[in-house]
Design a protein around this ligand. Structure first.
Ligand SMILES: Cc1ncc(COP(=O)(O)O)c(C=O)c1O
Length: 448
């Protein structure tokens, strides 16, 4: 299959260098700093284009929101109609839209009895932990090594932590907190307990020693690829939450709406106390959701001001994002889940094609996939936790693989183990092009 040669990144570098003179680092979310430096100028369907005129099949999807593909006409139309209606942000009283969106979410998400809306996933996880603290009267939280739940003080720690900073696997036990940011008070870090995913004994270990208000976890760790829960793990968290009285917060910012309209909780059958959504719910427009048990969401209007949790935000439930989310959810609900069935089919096809391709080149890989989200691990089994991954995955090989894919017209985020995201508009032709690019890349990797 013919392909256009990569035109380089001269213009992208120029733009980034210019921006650096005014914006420290030249990017506004530090994890957008990539090598090679790329500045994207357009996205449409399954493709994105950079400032030098290179076109890529996109599997990054802006860190996963674009489940329906970029620039989706139906979602865009909903936004255009809302803008033309003159119904702008009023900042006083409710809007029709947010009530309708709440109804849609509560209809589809099993544990959602009540909801509140924010702009981002981080705000949603922040509020969920405040509710947990008010409800339990306790301060400590358990987070997962290898999980990401946002940028705020309680959770900005221990994602892809080098093992020499946290030591070997301990179970039962906990790992040192390694914050992702300076400026977090030491007292707050003492309230955070880090354990490995799939390790119930360590959760219990923390509960016996500390006043745990909440455990927050993604149901599948999707910020270090696709690390799935072992059978019984999420059910085990549910039981420990009931036994020790902490609030189980399921972070569905990445899994929600991407894997099913009811979130991963509708697939695994485990009901958290609170859950949070973002990303795919509005197909690229900014929206965060806190959902869950009525008695917990009602802490936002608790009659006792000492226990009431503040929800505030100039842009909360901005009509642009709210109508984008409603259009996205309605599309996902059509045909009794037709889009998710199609995403599963495309995901399975790509997985099979990649497996066969790597086999042809005799490169041992393990592909972990949930529906439209996948990761190729350069190791002989799919990882169960961060230690497993950090010890066995070939990080340098993964980096070279991703960079060469970029030069061959396929955009995976060029950082090892970052999730690949398929959209509803990735077709067989895109898959064929992707597999052809993969073959070219593997030839080059083997030759060097
Ligand atoms: C699982 C998870 N939770 C929370 C967040 C934070 O969301 P946001 O970047 O919208 O603040 C992210 C972002 O990547 C995420 O992956």
């Amino acid at each position: 299959m013919s392909h256009s040669p990569w035109l380089g990144n001269r213009r992208s570098v120029e733009i980034q260098e210019h921006n650096k003179t005014l914006i420290p680092g030249g990017v506004v979310s530090l994890n957008r700093q990539i090598d090679p430096a790329l500045c994207f100028v357009k996205g449409d369907g399954a493709y994105v284009w950079d400032a030098d005129g290179n076109r890529y099949i996109d599997y990054h999807a802006a860190f996963a929101p674009f489940l329906l593909g970029h620039n989706h006409p139906v979602v865009n139309q909903a936004v255009i109609e809302m803008l033309q209606s003159g119904h702008t942000l009023m900042g006083a009283g409710p809007t029709y839209y947010e009530g309708d969106l709440a109804e849609l979410i509560c209809k589809h998400v099993p544990s959602a009895e009540r909801i509140q809306l924010t702009n981002t996933g981080s705000e949603a996880t922040y509020h969920a932990l405040r509710i947990a603290r008010s409800h339990t009267g306790r301060d400590d939280v358990i987070v997962m090594q290898g999980g990401y739940n946002g940028w705020h003080n309680d959770v900005a720690c221990n994602v892809m932590t080098p093992l020499d900073q946290i030591g070997p696997r301990v179970s039962p036990g906990e790992y040192p907190v390694r914050p992702l940011s300076a400026g977090i008070p030491a007292e707050q870090l003492r309230r955070v307990h880090v354990v490995n995913f799939n390790d119930l004994e360590s959760i219990e270990y923390c509960c016996r020693r500390n006043p745990i208000a909440a455990l927050i976890t993604e149901p599948i760790l999707q910020n270090i690829g696709i690390v799935k829960p072992q059978p019984g793990y999420l059910e085990g968290i549910r039981k420990l939450a009931d036994k020790y009285g902490f609030v189980f917060v399921m972070d569905e910012v990445k899994t929600g709406f991407r894997h099913a309209l009811g979130g991963y909780q509708s697939i695994c059958g485990v009901r958290p106390d609170l859950c949070v959504f973002g990303k795919a719910i509005a197909n690229g427009y900014p929206l965060g959701v806190i959902a869950g048990k009525r008695e917990l969401l009602e802490y936002f209007v608790h009659p006792d001001p000492q226990r009431r949790v503040l929800i505030a935000g100039t842009y909360n439930a901005h009509p642009v994002s709210v109508v984008a989310a409603m259009a996205t959810i309605r599309l996902l609900a059509e045909g009794n889940g037709a889009i998710h069935r199609q995403l599963e089919k495309t995901g399975a096809q790509l997985e099979a094609g990649l497996k066969a391709t790597f086999e042809d080149f005799q490169i041992p890989v393990s592909i972990s996939r949930q529906g439209s989200a996948f990761c190729v691990y350069f190791m002989d089994h799919v990882p169960v936790d961060w230690h497993d991954l950090a010890q066995n995955h070939q990080f340098d090989f993964d980096t070279r693989y991703r960079r060469l894919l970029i030069e061959n017209g396929v955009f995976h985020f060029p950082l090892p183990t970052k999730q690949g995201s398929i959209s509803a508009v990735h077709t067989e032709t895109h898959l064929e092009e992707t597999l052809a690019a993969t073959r070219r890349v593997l030839k080059q990797l083997i030759a060097n």
